[in-house]
Structures are given as structure tokens and as C-alpha cells.
Design a binder for this molecule. Structure first.
Ligand code: ADP
Length: 401
């Protein structure tokens, strides 16, 4: 009986201790839902209370950590750069941008890095970064885009963990190429008239100035190239001003008056070619834009129309309001522009017929300036043209309230 009572008593006494041991083990596994024995008004109450406080603190810390984790995940997911954590050659964490930049349809997590990034350079960079414990970076071409991949080893040498960041540099590279092309084109364009002016001036100085006939023909060449140089520098300065963050001083511009001013100035160019300039404005259209910009847009378009239209032709300017926009059209009866050139017409120095443009004194910058001005003034530009059927340039600008 003593043995039986002793065993029962000891079981009864150790039950709460066993329950607390179980609870402490569960807490060590971050399980904070575990039940603690109820208080029994004895010496063990203190221990139960301490365990309860510990459990509550653990629960609060865990909730905090989960919140931090969610925040970090949201930041990584919101990044436009691709970020991935690679462990033993497998992607353990990756943001959606990483999958997108790799050209993957679905998620990148769980895939082998060499399978997700289908250029060996990135896998090789990871291995070299892990071996040397220094960051590595590679320029790669992936899914049709130019990327810079940087790899940073993480943690201890044995960890074999690295962070891979993919940065899309397609657009900066394209802009850099355009800038380089522009500088090369501009220097080439400037070199021709400058060389001609220097050559003619040297010839004149060497004695040609004494012969009246030679003098006048050389002076005429000098004048032509000086004018070309002046047009080029003025257009280049315009482009530079527009690209340096031009902000239009918007005002209410009466299209009718702007068209009159432009046609009035360009009449002298139309007359020798017997080209009729027409204005067809049914309503007193008003746009919200910078007056000088509207006039320059019209000047460049009408000037081109006169330049490329053969003698006896016709150039018409129309305007009409459509909803919140005013469409201004400059139409000519000239040779038209083949469709394949339409998309590139507004690029700097793009010409359909190089020789013809130069012969007519073109700089190749007129339409690029027009497009810049139209966009900066809240508008846009389009071209409609067919070979043999004339050209139509359509500018749309915001209507004035
Ligand atoms: P350019 O100074 O050479 O005229 P632009 O930028 O003004 O340069 O025009 C680009 C090219 O577009 C011209 O070289 C020309 O080939 C073509 N173009 C522009 N306007 C017309 C037009 N009204 N009719 C035919 N071709 C045109």
C-alpha cells in the first residue's frame, strides 16, 4: 500500500513539472500556442508564471519578426532590380523582377540558378565570388535585354550563399548610344561647312580675291556655307535647350494669328517657286501652349512643305478642335514620303534623301525640334504620307479652356 501510495503521490507531484517541461520544449521550437498547467497555489506557481511571461514575450518577438519579414519582402518585391538569394546553387528567395528579367514565366524560387539564368556568366560569377569571397559583376545579355549582374557572397566561407542583383541597363545603354551617334553626326555636319569656309578663305587670300569673277563666285560659296553653319548651330542650340529640360511658358495662343505670322514670313520662300499658301481655319481655334513654340513648329513644318514641294504646288494649314485637343495640319502637294521612313522621320539627322535635303539647305534637325516642342507643350505629332500623294503633318495641342 505504501508503494502504491508513494508512486501515485510522486506522479501527482511531478505532473505539472512534466507539463512545464513539454511547454518549454514546444517554446524552444517557437510554438507559442502551447498550454501551461493551471496555477495550483503551490511552490510551482512562480515557475508557471515565469514560463507564461516568457511565452508572451516570445509571441510578441515572433510577431515583430514576422512583421519585419513581411516589410522586407514588400521592399524586395517592389524593387525594379532583380534580387535573388542563392544557396548551394539554388535560388531560395527571389523577387518578381528577378524572374521577369530572366525571362521566366513563373516564379524563380526553388530553381537552380544556372537553369533560371540561362547564361553561364552569372553561375560562373557566383562560383568565383564564393571562392574569392569578393563581389563579382558581369555584363550579360538576357531575354533580349542588357543587364549588369552583381554577386555578393554572404556569411561564412562554408555558407555557399550569395546575393545576386540584376540591373536592367538596356535603356541607359540605348540613350548613351544615341548620344554618341548624335555627337558624331553633329561633328560630321559641322565639319563640312567649316572646311569649305576655310578652303575658300585660303583660296581668296592666295590671290583669287584679285580676280573679280573668281572673287564673286568664291564669296557666293562662302556665303552659302556660312549660312549653313549658322542654321546648323542655331538648330543644335535649339535641340540642346530642349534637352536641357525646357519648360514652356504656357499661354492662350490663337492659332489663326500664329498661322498668319508664319505664312507671312514664309511667303518670300513660296513666291519664287510659285507655291500657294492656304489657311483653312473654320473656327477661331485657341491652344494652351507657348506662343514661340507654336510658331516654331508651324515654321519648321511649312518651311519643309515649301522646300520639298515642286514649283507650282500648294501648301495648306488647317486647324480643328476635337474634344480637348486642337489638330493643326500642314499639308502639301509634294512628292510624299515612303511609309518605311515614317517611324524615323522625327529622329535627329534622319533624312529620307540625304543629298536632296542638303541641296535644299536642310539640317536634318527640323522635325526633331518639332517633335520635342510638341511633346513638351503637352501635344504630339503624326505624319500621313504616300509617295506621289503629298504629305500631311498633324500636330495636336491641348485646347485652351
Ligand atoms: P531637313 O532639314 O532635312 O528638312 P527635317 O528634320 O525637317 O530635316 O526633315 C527630315 C526629312 O524628312 C527631310 O530630310 C525630308 O527627307 C523629309 N521631309 C520632311 N518634310 C517633308 C515634306 N513636307 N515632304 C517630303 N519630305 C519631307
Amino acid at each position: 500500500l505504501v508503494l502504491f501510495l508513494g508512486t501515485t503521490l510522486s506522479r501527482w507531484l511531478t505532473r505539472p513539472i512534466l507539463a512545464m517541461t513539454r511547454a518549454a520544449r514546444a517554446m524552444s521550437r517557437a510554438d507559442v500556442e502551447v498550454l501551461l498547467p493551471p496555477p495550483a497555489d503551490d511552490e510551482l506557481d512562480d515557475l508557471v508564471n515565469t514560463l507564461d511571461t516568457l511565452r508572451n514575450q516570445l509571441a510578441a518577438r515572433l510577431a515583430e519578426l514576422r512583421g519585419e519579414g513581411r516589410k522586407l519582402r514588400a521592399i524586395i518585391n517592389g524593387m525594379s532590380e532583380g534580387v535573388a538569394l542563392v544557396q548551394d546553387g539554388v535560388i531560395s528567395v527571389a523577387n518578381p523582377a528577378f524572374a521577369r528579367l530572366c525571362g521566366l514565366g513563373g516564379d524563380a524560387e526553388g530553381r537552380a540558378i544556372r537553369d533560371a539564368v540561362r547564361v553561364p556568366a552569372v553561375g560562373d560569377a557566383i562560383e568565383s565570388a564564393l571562392a574569392t569571397r569578393t563581389a563579382a559583376s558581369r555584363d550579360v545579355q538576357l531575354a533580349g535585354r542588357a543587364l549588369v549582374a552583381t554577386v555578393d557572397p554572404l556569411g561564412e566561407t562554408a555558407a555557399k550563399q550569395a546575393v545576386v542583383v540584376l540591373i536592367d541597363v538596356t535603356e541607359p545603354k540605348r540613350l548613351e548610344r544615341l548620344r554618341r551617334e548624335f555627337v558624331a553626326n553633329a561633328s560630321h555636319e559641322l565639319r563640312t561647312p567649316v572646311a569649305a569656309i576655310v578652303g575658300v578663305a585660303e583660296t581668296l587670300a592666295a590671290g583669287a580675291a584679285d580676280d573679280p569673277e573668281a572673287r564673286s563666285s568664291f564669296l557666293e560659296i562662302l556665303m552659302r556655307h556660312a549660312q549653313r553653319l549658322s542654321r546648323l548651330t542655331s538648330d543644335l542650340l535649339d535641340i540642346a535647350r530642349l534637352e536641357a529640360g525646357y519648360k514652356p511658358r504656357v499661354e492662350v495662343v490663337e492659332v489663326d494669328r500664329a498661322v498668319d505670322a508664319v505664312l507671312g514670313t514664309l511667303q518670300v520662300k513660296a513666291e519664287p517657286k510659285n507655291i500657294t499658301l492656304e489657311k483653312k481655319l473654320p473656327m477661331p481655334e485657341r491652344v494652351s501652349a507657348e506662343r514661340a513654340a507654336v510658331e516654331q513648329i508651324l515654321t519648321n513644318l511649312v518651311d519643309n512643305a515649301i522646300k520639298y514641294t515642286p514649283a507650282g504646288g500648294r501648301v495648306a494649314v488647317r486647324a480643328e478642335t476635337r474634344g480637348s485637343r486642337v489638330r493643326i495640319t500642314v499639308e502639301d502637294s509634294g512628292p510624299g514620303i515612303p511609309k518605311e521612313h515614317h517611324a524615323r522621320l522625327f529622329e535627329r539627322f534622319y533624312r529620307v534623301d540625304d543629298a536632296r535635303s542638303r541641296e535644299l539647305g536642310g539640317t536634318g534637325l527640323g522635325l526633331a525640334i518639332v517633335k520635342h516642342l510638341a511633346l513638351a507643350n503637352g501635344g504630339d505629332i503624326a505624319v500621313e504620307s504616300e509617295v506621289g500623294k503629298g504629305s500631311r503633318f498633324i500636330i495636336s495641342l491641348p485646347v485652351a479652356a
